[in-house]
Design a protein. Sequence first.
Length: 353
Amino acid sequence: MKSHTLFAFALLLMCLALRASAQTPDGNPSVIVTRLQFKAETLTSYKGEYNDIWSWLPRVDFTTTKPLPSGAHFYVEVAQPSGAPWVTLGCNRDLERVGYECGHENEAKEKSSLTIGVVPFVIKMKSELAGTDVTLFTGRAKVEKSPSNEHGPKAAKECVYYVDQDWNLPIGMVLIDKDHLLNVRFWVRGEGIRLDPHVFYQGKEVGRLFFNGMRVFAPSCSPEIDYYPSMTVAETVPQGAKWQRMKCVIGGVAGTPIQSSFGGAVAPHALSENNGDYEVKVLRNDKLSRSIKFIVENGKIKDNGIGTANRLGTGTSVIVPVSILDDQDGPWDRNAWKTDAFYGHPLTGFIWP
């Protein structure tokens, strides 16, 4: 009997060990590149001295697919455009958002730079406990500068630094959110204000719901990611060197039928019941600005495989091309996505119309 008891106890320990190992994340965390941000922070000093010369230091924000392992830490190595070593940025947990912030203008001011161009950087994870130092992401950012909006004899030395984000504009995402509603995400250069998305199914508009003559559950758009220079640029810079990723929630279109507690459908159009071709047309300041197309197959948004093939970590989001139909973004580089997308990792299989 005693041997049977010991055997049962050993079996219990083995089962608990297997359960623990199944819950332990295996492999290293990966950087979610669709949320990776490389920024240039303008300083009103140069190499720590306030001599009327403005310079810059890098900042990097990112999120990962898995939590940071116990005892490990993230850091970022940034090189000069020539490839020579420059600065190492420590990373701290961002308490306001899910992710990490690396570097700050108060760090290493004596290493600030006036040089612009293509800046290489590497995100790494180091663990003294495990004795490892792993590279998670290698990229490059295109840093530019502009005169500030200052005037007077000192203004010639006051340059504002920023990272060119034009490569983002042709790339969008389509998904069903946790509330089962259709979402589209796309970029604008400048301010994303007065955006009005409309959904078309097989050429006819859907998802419009009215009550007592008033529209309810209308789409809403808000900035999800902002790229703003840390100082104001000259008025001559197109759209103030600002870029925003907009998140538009289409309240009238859902992945599956949604019923209200009062009876009747909250979202009048369900993708699960309507296979075929869809197009989201976005008005910006009452002008047709964007067109985003996708296909619903077997009741779900058809995955074109771009996210998986390029290891973007986008989950159920589908990467789609965004047609830009107006000039409200100002002059921008329409070929940047071919070489600069996701900081030097252009998308395999992506075709922009």
